[in-house]
Design a binder for this molecule. Structure first.
Ligand code: UDP
Ligand code: MG
Length: 314
């Protein structure tokens, strides 16, 4: 065991002014025995979040102020980028996650067997119909699609080894797919039951409106697994079917012609032309998509947020 390991605790904050002071207190209490830094990310809050952080921050606290509201995923990415720890822990700012779980997660990671310890909200304190049921469905789907077998993908409370966290490549609403993203990095992942509390102050930043983006992310993950990495796997077979059918019809027409039939005005002629042309177009489309994928991979490293300032204790 390396006694001097540093833990970075990353917390995204969007309009969490009332939660800042209790959050800082509970993190300090929970982590007294550990060496840690606290990276708070203000995600374009319109309330007194930044003022509250300035008031209650200590020497261990760093505040990254984003230029506007970019969303939870980008805020987490900004915090992870700023973190210097050997381990990086992500945590919600509304005290639904409990900082008191962090030492046990750290201990589990220190066995050296795991690169990611994912919190499992075994006793989740959110509404059943609008929150828990959709999550259960999404969790089952993600589990099947990705083959990463944990129970609760959406729990923000997670602990990562530094190199895994730094290479997640988060964008969009991808914080919900961090476990499969980590596994793509070769991470060995395990889960641990953690406490979950009702939100301390304020209201959830998400409503029904998130179902759309989450579903589209889910589809993206599905397609990513199957086709996006190699678009030719999608377009290649389609092109082959079209080209083969076109060739078949052409051969049939050729045989008819050889047997003396007149082909003028034969609608099969049009069908053959459409199938052949369509087939070539599908093939070309697949090739272009293949090239586009490379651009996509490269552009995925573009920053997804802009930092206005970083505030640290003098
Ligand atoms: N959050 C953020 N940017 C946003 C929305 C949310 O940084 O645009 C933060 C928020 O302040 C909280 C965490 O993400 O610390 C989780 O948000 P919330 O509690 O509203 O989500 P829920 O627990 O309802 O899923
Ligand atoms: Mg919450």
């Amino acid at each position: 065991m390396i006694a001097n390991e540093l833990i970075s605790v990353v917390v995204p904050l969007y309009n969490e002014a009332e939660n800042v002071q209790p959050l800082l207190e509970r993190i300090r209490t929970a982590l007294t025995a550990l060496r840690y830094e606290l990276i708070l990310v203000d995600d374009g809050s319109r309330d007194a979040t930044v003022r509250q952080v300035r008031q209650y921050a200590d020497a261990q606290t760093k505040l990254v102020v984003l230029a506007r509201n970019y969303g939870q995923t980008a805020a987490m990415a900004a915090g992870i980028d700023a973190a210097q720890g050997d381990y990086i822990v992500t945590l919600d700012g509304d005290l639904q996650n409990d900082p008191a779980d962090i030492p046990a997660m750290h201990q589990l990671a220190q066995t050296g067997d795991w690169d990611v310890v994912a919190g499992n909200r075994a006793n989740r304190q959110d509404g059943l119909l609008l929150r828990k049921l959709p999550s259960r469905l999404a969790n089952a789907l993600i589990r099947r699609l990705t083959g990463v077998y944990i129970d609760d993908y959406g729990c923000t409370l997670k602990l990562f080894r530094r190199d895994i966290a730094k290479n997640l490549g988060l964008y969009g609403d991808m914080h919900r797919f961090i476990p499969p993203l980590a596994v793509l990095q070769g991470a060995r992942i395990t889960q641990m039951n953690v406490r979950h509390h009702p939100r301390l102050h304020g209201a959830s930043k998400y409503g029904l409106g998130r179902i759309g983006p989450v579903l589209s992310d889910l589809l993206l993950v599905l397609f990513w697994q199957r086709y996006f990495r190699r678009p030719m796997r999608l377009f290649g077979p389609l092109a082959a079917v079209s080209l083969l059918a076109g060739a078949g019809v052409s051969i049939y027409l050729l045989i008819q012609k050889l047997m003396g039939a007149t082909l003028g005005g034969n609608s099969l002629l049009l069908l053959a032309a459409v199938l052949l042309l369509g087939g070539f177009q599908l093939l070309a489309f697949g090739l272009i998509a293949e090239m586009q994928m490379r651009t996509y991979h490269e552009s995925a490293h573009k920053p997804t947020y802009r930092v206005r300032e970083i505030i640290e204790a003098e």
